[in-house]
Design a protein around this ligand. Structure first.
Ligand code: SF4
Length: 351
């Protein structure tokens, strides 16, 4: 079991982050936020796949003006992502975002940051201080180079300022596209403060490489008990980020849900396990199961019956057919073309 580091608790809308709250999954829309309808559509898709919190880019006032329509309909809390312009941050807080993400280093003078802090204080919403290796302050870069120490120093500098303003409703992220750097930075900051941490590997890549890099970066930290909310960054649809994020949490037993056990197939496989497993996975995902259930899709009699028997439901393939198991017992034989339907039917009986 993972022993999670206890952090202070904050709330983004209804979603608690830190303390004893479960690790939440975030994503970010990639629509033009000014198009409220399209943005909402994407938010709804993400929410339907289990996303807990969504972030939207707010690059200009028009985007900020679209917020009320988005906030009215969004089924999950919305975080406004602001760079460079404190007025956009203040306005979006006034419009009702449930949290904002800024990198105080690119907002400008401390007076400007203070205005954002004051607005967040009045609205009683948290601020994510998002430090990024790509936009470190010049003096920090000169002193530390682009290192984990630099990220930590930058974050702590901002934290000190926020604390001097009596503002503690914060969470932190220290992102880099380098996985080892990200891991080191989060480990260090986790020892130095107890603010909740938002984990992510930035610009991680496409669905393939980004999934691997995020899983190693975020997964290593979560396995060490570090991290309170996660965002997997992929150059893909946000919903794909949500799927990966949830699977990552399930892999570490940090989130309940279905576990699909699939054999890798080999020369003994006599039914199309790969396409059967994909279909089962897709259908199971739509069921939004929130308890631990194992489903085995196995190719043959070598490991098949063993795994399938251990699982809550499962099949072990044979020639053109499969044996269906439930809770360790053989239920019946089923022809190949009926495997998906029958397995799902059996699964429904134990939900
Ligand atoms: S369960 Fe059977 S088909 Fe699947 S990999 Fe193992 S030996 Fe091969």
């Amino acid at each position: 079991m993972i022993k999670r580091k206890k952090t202070r608790q904050i709330a983004v809308g209804e979603v608690k982050i830190g303390g004893n709250a479960p690790v939440s999954v975030q994503s970010m829309t990639n629509t033009d936020t000014r198009d409220a309808e399209k943005t909402l559509e994407q938010i709804q898709q993400c929410a339907a796949h289990g996303c807990d919190i969504i972030r939207v880019a707010l690059p200009d006032m028009k985007a900020v003006e679209a917020l009320p329509e988005i906030l009215d309909e969004s089924p999950i809390p919305v975080i406004g992502d602001i760079h460079f312009n404190h007025e956009l941050a203040v306005k979006s807080i006034e419009k009702g975002v449930q949290c904002i993400r800024i990198n105080p280093g690119n907002i400008g003078s401390s007076e400007k940051v203070k205005k954002v802090i004051d607005a967040a204080k009045t609205a009683n919403i948290p601020i994510r201080i998002g430090v990024n290796a790509g936009s470190l302050e010049r003096d920090i870069k000169e002193q530390y180079g682009i290192t984990a120490d630099a990220l930590v120093e930058s974050a702590l500098r901002h934290v000190r300022y926020f604390e001097s303003q009596n503002f503690y409703n914060i969470k932190l992220s220290l992102k880099s596209s380098s996985v080892p750097l990200t891991i080191e930075a989060y480990r260090n900051i986790s020892e130095k403060c107890d603010f909740p941490l938002h984990l992510g590997v930035t610009e991680a890549g496409t669905a393939f490489s980004g999934t691997i890099r995020s899983s190693i970066g975020i997964g290593t930290l979560l396995a060490e008990g570090i991290g309170d909310t996660i965002r997997v960054s992929l150059a893909d649809e946000p919903v794909e980020e949500v799927k990966v994020g949830l699977e990552l949490l399930r892999a570490l037993d940090l989130r309940k849900g279905p576990h699909l056990i699939v054999c890798p197939t080999c020369g003994r496989t006599e039914i199309d396990i790969i396409s059967i497993a994909k279909k089962v996975e897709e259908k199971v995902r739509k069921l939004r199961i929130e308890k631990n259930i194992s489903i085995a899709v196995m190719g043959c009699v070598v490991n098949g019956p063993g795994e399938a028997e251990e699982a809550d439901v499962g099949i072990a393939g044979g020639k053109g057919q499969a044996v269906l198991f439930k809770k360790g017992k053989i239920i019946r034989k089923i022809p190949e073309q009926e495997i998906v339907t029958e397995l799902l039917k059996e699964l429904q009986t134990i939900l």
